[in-house]
Design a protein around this ligand. Structure first.
Ligand code: AMP
Ligand code: ZN
Ligand code: FE
Ligand code: FE
Length: 290
């Protein structure tokens, strides 16, 4: 069993990098990737802990790319080099766009009499990067929402009255930076693109492949059996790597458990092996080329 999509306190998860690796070890995961939003701060610490415990650790990232469709496009990057200059520069840009957005959400809420402060939100983030789940937590604490989902629905999800967009990278640029830092770009939770499986969906995937897409997160808790099978079949047809993960966020998504999501997810080990092999091949090619 493996889990290739998790978040720590470096972004909007509630387990520290060490805790996450220990938890992965305890439940018997053979491989785990950390894919925090816009930050690689967890990677060095997690890597040390994973070495101690003998867990196969994959350094990752999740970038929210610009998408004009009726949903979201998140790009995962696996085996990225967090010391790569272009990666560092890009993540700085994304952190800045978050830093500019967050006070705007506070202002909208406050103008409507929903009195939470930036300090309260920052406290929820506990020193990590501030994201909307931390706004949700602060809203719950002040009695404005009953749960994280309730807070998103009422206030801060896309389309809700207090949603504020932030500057994002194009899908092409997101994949370029992942590739140039030695990583493998994978489309996260394809269902959230909001496009039914069909010609438009396939066309978008082939366009993304032209930009460098190498894999698709077929195993994801919100995919129906039929969607899962469609995604797998398309990945095989197009030569995309198949990946899977729970999108574990600790208590910020309390129904989703590490490794098993809602209880029944079981992501096969060989997906991590294939991913690692693809990475070795890619690095090999780069070395031969350079
Ligand atoms: P941000 O990057 O700060 O805009 O926050 C994005 C995070 O919010 C992601 O980790 C999502 O898991 C979480 N999120 C987005 N939409 C929802 C929603 N409708 N309900 C709960 N969590 C959400
Ligand atoms: Zn998140
Ligand atoms: Fe995501
Ligand atoms: Fe995620």
């Amino acid at each position: 069993m493996i889990d290739l999509h998790t978040h720590t306190t470096a972004s909007d998860g509630t387990l520290t990098p060490e805790e996450l690796i220990r938890c992965a070890h305890e439940i018997g995961l053979s491989a785990v990737a950390i894919t925090d939003h816009d930050t690689t701060d967890a990677i060095a610490i997690a890597n040390d802990e994973a070495e101690k415990l003998g867990v196969f650790f994959i350094p990752g990232i999740e970038i929210s790319a610009e998408y004009s469709g009726n949903g979201t496009m998140h790009i995962l990057g696996y085996f990225i080099d967090e010391t790569n200059d272009q990666m560092i520069e890009t993540l700085d840009f994304l952190k800045e766009s978050r830093r500019l957005r967050n006070p705007k959400i506070i202002k909208l809420l406050n103008d409507a009499g929903i009195s939470i402060t930036m300090e309260e939100v920052v406290e929820e983030a506990g020193g990590g990067q501030v994201g909307r789940p931390h706004f949700a937590k602060a809203l719950i604490k002040s009695g404005f929402a009953s749960s994280v989902n309730d807070a998103f629905d009422k206030y801060i999800k896309k389309g809700a009255p207090y949603y504020v967009n932030k500057e994002r990278l194009s899908p092409k640029k997101s994949m370029e930076v992942i590739l140039s830092s030695g990583g493998i770009p994978v489309l996260a939770h394809p269902k959230t693109l909001g496009i039914p499986f069909g010609d438009d969906f396939k066309k978008l995937i082939t366009t993304l492949m032209d930009y460098g897409l190498m894999g698709m997160e077929c195993y994801y808790y919100s995919h129906s059996r039929e969607e899962f099978e469609n995604y797998i079949a398309l990945s095989q047809k197009l030569g995309l790597l198949v990946t899977g993960g729970t999108d574990f966020h600790g208590d910020n998504k309390p129904k989703i458990k590490l490794g098993v999501a809602k209880g029944n997810m079981n992501i096969p080990d060989d997906l991590a092996v294939k991913l690692a092999t693809a990475h070795k091949d890619k690095v090999g090619v780069v070395k031969m080329g350079g």
